[in-house]
Write a protein that binds this ligand. Structure first.
Ligand SMILES: [Zn+2]
Length: 131
């Protein structure tokens, strides 16, 4: 898909005991950087047993685990890491990798774009997003 020019975003649903380890997050982040490029968005989503079809016995993913995944993605060098299903975390938003300006403001399913035609509204860096 990447080689044919399709815009790709990777989403990881972090499920307790299944996909919540430092090693798993590190492997995924390295794969994204090395195989798809550091500009590929990585969306880390919090699991909830309450809305799960089959895994209702599992607790929801801790906020600390979601923060850990976010930090690993940023440390490895991914430019667009953001979290989901944790309302109120600043990491729900997207920031310009050049000047750190808020470029996409998310609150749950509400999305407010602040970019200017795919470029940072503050420093004009290309944000690699579809306009
Ligand atoms: Zn910027």
């Amino acid at each position: 898909m990447k080689k044919s020019g399709v815009c790709i975003e990777i989403t990881t649903l972090s499920i307790p005991k299944i996909s919540d380890s430092k090693e798993t997050f590190t492997k995924i982040a390295k794969f994204i950087k090395n195989e798809l490029g550091s500009e590929t968005p990585w969306h880390i989503s919090r699991f909830s047993g309450e809305i799960s079809w089959k895994l209702q016995n599992l607790p929801e993913t801790s906020v600390e685990t979601i923060r850990l995944a976010y930090e690993i993605g940023k440390k490895i060098g991914l430019k667009y890491v953001y979290t989901g299903n944790v309302p109120g975390l600043p990491s729900e938003d997207t920031f310009c990798p050049n000047c750190n300006a808020l470029t996409i403001d998310r609150t749950g399913y509400l999305v407010k774009r602040l970019d200017k035609n795919g470029k940072c509204q503050k420093c004009n860096a290309d944000l690699n997003i579809i306009i």
